[in-house]
Design a protein around this ligand. Structure first.
Ligand SMILES: CC(C)(COP(=O)(O)OP(=O)(O)OC[C@H]1O[C@@H](n2cnc3c(N)ncnc32)[C@H](O)[C@@H]1OP(=O)(O)O)[C@@H](O)C(=O)NCCC(=O)NCCS
Length: 242
């Protein structure tokens, strides 16, 4: 039990650049209080004490501004930075080492009861291990956000996110593909922060590749329309006739 609490606190220290000590986390972090409250209410929920679990869960919501339904399933080392306004629905599932920022909703889009009157249908998302969700993002529906995916601040995610992808916007679209299982605060890739020159070179490389593609297309069009090979393989330097 204490080992588990220690693990949760250490995960918070590792992921929040502002955190200094275990004592600070235990006293000042609403996420810590909300997650400890959730662990207790989930225990009660699983044993059938559903109203008690919901009632205690509401008390933690009043105290922390974080609403976690006791029926949700949450893995180890879960961290909610700042926390206010986070809502996690009943059938949401969260893997290990997941990070949410303030104002995130893991919400439902489908009704909880089907046409046969069966209750408790899966209607909230599943976040796999290592997912990071930016502030204000809404993830709505019973689909999967795969391992190590990143969701941008204020994105509205309405469909599955592939492993390691970064999605932004409304509705959310992929802007990066590469998988990375290292944690990076705010979802911003570590390698990108200190080296603007490398970023500029990467951008140039992308443009050169795009231009090469366009030249190749022009060559093919020109040949197929029977024209001369105007675009030579190697650039020719024509001396000026002075
Ligand atoms: C989504 C995110 C993880 C992407 O970080 P990144 O991989 O470094 O991506 P970049 O900054 O290179 O952005 C890639 C593209 O997405 C756009 N973009 C980034 N974040 C965006 C967002 N939240 N909404 C809309 N577009 C966004 C960028 O403008 C850029 O577009 P461009 O290629 O047309 O210029 C990051 O921007 C983000 O939103 N992190 C959450 C931060 C947060 O919630 N902080 C709260 C702390 S309290």
């Amino acid at each position: 039990m204490f080992k588990l609490i220690r693990q949760e606190i250490d995960a918070m220290i590792a992921r929040d650049p502002a955190a200094r000590s275990r004592l600070e986390i235990a006293l000042c972090y609403p996420a810590f209080h909300a997650i400890m409250g959730y662990r207790g209410t989930h225990w009660l929920w699983q044993r059938g004490f559903r109203i008690t679990a919901r009632f205690i869960s509401q008390i933690f919501r009043w105290l922390t501004g974080i609403e976690i339904h006791p029926g949700a399933k949450i893995g180890k080392r879960f961290f909610i930075d700042h926390g206010m306004g986070v809502v996690i629905g009943e059938t949401a599932e969260i893997g290990d080492d997941v990070t949410l920022y303030q104002g995130v909703t893991l919400g439902g889009t489908s009704p909880s009861v089907n046409s046969d009157g069966q209750r408790g249908l899966k209607r909230h998302p599943t976040l796999e291990d290592g997912v990071i969700v930016g502030s204000g993002a809404q993830i709505l529906g019973p689909f999967i956000v795969r391992k190590n995916a990143r969701v941008g601040g204020n994105a509205v995610v309405l469909s599955e996110v592939p492993e390691g992808a970064t999605v932004v916007g409304i509705p959310a679209k992929i802007v990066r593909h590469e998988a990375d299982d290292r944690f990076c605060a705010y979802g911003t890739p570590i390698g990108d922060l200190p080296d603007p020159v490398a970023r500029a070179l990467e951008e140039l490389g992308r443009e050169v590749k795009e231009l090469r593609g366009q030249v190749a297309e022009l060559k093919t069009d020109n040949k197929s329309s029977g024209g001369s090979d105007v675009i030579a393989d190697k650039p020719r330097i024509v001396a000026s006739s002075e």
